[in-house]
Design a protein. Structure first.
Lengths: 288, 246
């Protein structure tokens, strides 16, 4: 937007000149920012304050480098960062050209799980949790792209949603990765702070197992015939997730029409939300 | 009767006779066109599924693992009479071909009927490598449950009848595949349970009789029954090296 303003410095005669208001704002912002940077640099290069004088509050790096004056109380050690669970990554499996399991009536796993994910999202958000879906529409991110969504976050859990082509209709199974035996020569646990991408789940197997237990109990209460205890299977999607991660599989797309599967949606969403809320307590207390 | 009419009748008669002669050939040609042409995979399967026979073949009671009836889905051993080789590689091929081709009923099947075993190796460290045709993926009922049952049926059938196999790697058409049919991870090695009994003497046991022992192998079961052997792959793919045999 162009505005009219009077330039008193450059033109005493009061000629109206056209100056873009956005540019003026940007110049001011830049000048203020530059002034602050120079001010901070000047203070950081000053001699440490004499004994008894208060340390400048704006010179945090110096405070870390220079021991505090004896007259000042020693700073309290920083408390360890609190482990909080605030985010759930929901993964509607398959999508795009990959329809997943297909029923004779034309039902496809990729469609059903997307509708489940939307319902679960609403229930989780009602619990005060933030939710990210790995896909919002009929596209098909790779396994690693889906894992990447979780691995870029802290304090997240990952739930991948599936519908099988077999199993007793109306039942739900929750899977976590089994304890994997490591072949000779490979380190049993990653050293240092880095996790190998292709084994990112190794560190979280106990937590994932606990999350699976909590979800499976909720499923057993809502869907007759479902087990009360969870399952273990080497599900590909879970292996590269560096966070507590489970797979939920509903049976099945073999039903003659979609209605029974749609009826399971609200119960499924409520079960997941309650279980994740319960897991949040376990997670934040540092338990497994 | 005029000469022209006679000529016409003769020509017509000749044409009818010609039609009658060529009719069967035409019908065969139409039938051939109706049949879909064989794919490369089908042709390969026909070659590979030639019955494997070795000089050391002996009729034995083999335990093969197919789906149990009832719920929750699980595997159960079924005893059938099979001529099995003394050579572990040939023996394994015979077993896996039977696992695909001789399911007692369609609902008990764990592997697609269209699938075939393309190759089988055993490395000196006890790692078996089973290479299946594409149909093991494309015709497999999709789902964590069905794919896990399929791998377990292979691992447990080998474990029950072939000694010395400790773990299993599954390839699809000669390649490492990411999953079996979209869910189950084929990255690592699947442990093979050592269930092989002492060599049973040949006997007149009727085919496809469920074995008394061991009991059903739970797959879709609870915590106490979790970790079904053969379900959890190890983390590291097989070490590269020459197969012990082919």
């Amino acid at each position: 937007m162009i505005v009219r303003t009077i330039s008193h410095d450059w033109n005493d005669s009061g000629i109206l000149v056209e100056v873009p208001s956005k540019s003026i704002c940007l110049i001011f912002v830049w000048m203020i920012a530059t002034a602050q940077v120079f001010s901070a640099r000047a203070q950081s290069t000053q001699t440490p304050p004499a004994t008894g004088q208060p340390a400048p509050q704006t010179s945090a790096p110096v405070t870390q480098q220079t021991p505090p004056a004896p007259a000042q109380p020693a700073p309290e050690p920083a408390a360890p960062p609190q482990k909080t669970l605030a985010l759930v990554i929901l993964d509607p499996a398959h999508g795009g050209a990959d329809l997943g399991a297909r029923g004779s009536s034309g039902l496809s796993e990729s469609d059903v799980v997307l509708s489940y994910a939307r319902l679960v999202r609403i229930s989780l958000e009602a619990q005060g949790l933030r939710v990210i879906l790995t896909r919002q529409a009929n596209d098909d991110p790779s396994f690693d792209d889906r894992s990447k969504v979780a691995n870029a976050q802290r304090g997240a859990v990952f739930i991948t949603l599936h519908v099988s082509s077999t199993g007793q209709p109306g039942t739900v199974r929750v899977y976590s990765l089994p304890q994997m035996t490591v072949a000779q020569g490979a380190p049993a646990a990653p050293r240092g702070g880095l996790l190998p991408w292709d084994r990112a789940q190794f560190k979280f197997i106990d937590q994932s197992r606990r999350l699976a237990e909590l979800i499976q109990i909720q499923m057993a209460q809502r869907f007759r015939g479902s087990s009360e205890t969870p399952f273990e299977a080497p599900v590909r999607q879970l292996r590269t997730v560096g966070a507590p991660a489970v797979a939920i599989e509903v049976s099945s797309v073999s039903v003659p029409d979609r209605a029974p599967l749609d009826q399971m949606g609200p119960g499924l969403a409520d079960a997941v939300a309650r279980a994740v809320a319960a897991f949040r307590t376990v997670y934040e207390s540092g338990g497994k | 009767m005029s000469k022209g009419l006679k000529t016409t009748i003769v020509i017509l008669a000749a044409m009818v006779a010609l039609g009658l002669i060529t009719l069967p050939g035409l019908r065969e040609a139409v039938q051939r066109l109706h049949n879909t042409p064989k794919t490369e995979e089908q042709a390969r399967r026909e070659v590979m599924q030639e019955p494997i026979s070795t000089p050391t073949d002996v009729e034995v009671r083999a335990q093969l693992y197919w789906l149990a009836t009832g719920s929750p889905p699980s595997l159960e051993p079924t005893v059938i009479q099979l001529p099995l080789s003394a050579d572990p590689v040939e023996r394994s091929k015979q077993l896996l071909n039977a696992l695909i081709a001789r399911a007692p009923a369609p609902e008990k099947r764990t592997l697609p009927a269209e699938a075939s075993l393309l190759a089988f190796y055993i490395q000196p460290n006890g790692t078996a490598i089973a290479d299946f045709s594409d149909e093991i993926s494309s015709s497999m009922p999709s789902g964590i449950l069905s794919e896990q049952l399929a791998v377990q049926s292979i691992a447990q059938t080998l474990g029950a009848n072939v000694s010395g196999i400790r773990q299993l790697k599954i390839l699809v058409h000669g390649q490492e595949a990411e999953t079996l049919a979209g869910h189950l991870d084929l990255y690592g090695l699947f442990p093979v349970p050592s269930l092989a009994p002492a060599a049973a003497p040949p006997s007149a046991v009727p085919a496809a009789v469920p074995a008394a022992a061991p009991p059903k192998t739970p797959v879709a079961a609870g915590t106490a029954q979790m970790k079904p052997s053969g379900s959890a792959p190890t983390a590291t793919p097989p070490a590269p090296g020459k197969p012990a045999s082919h």
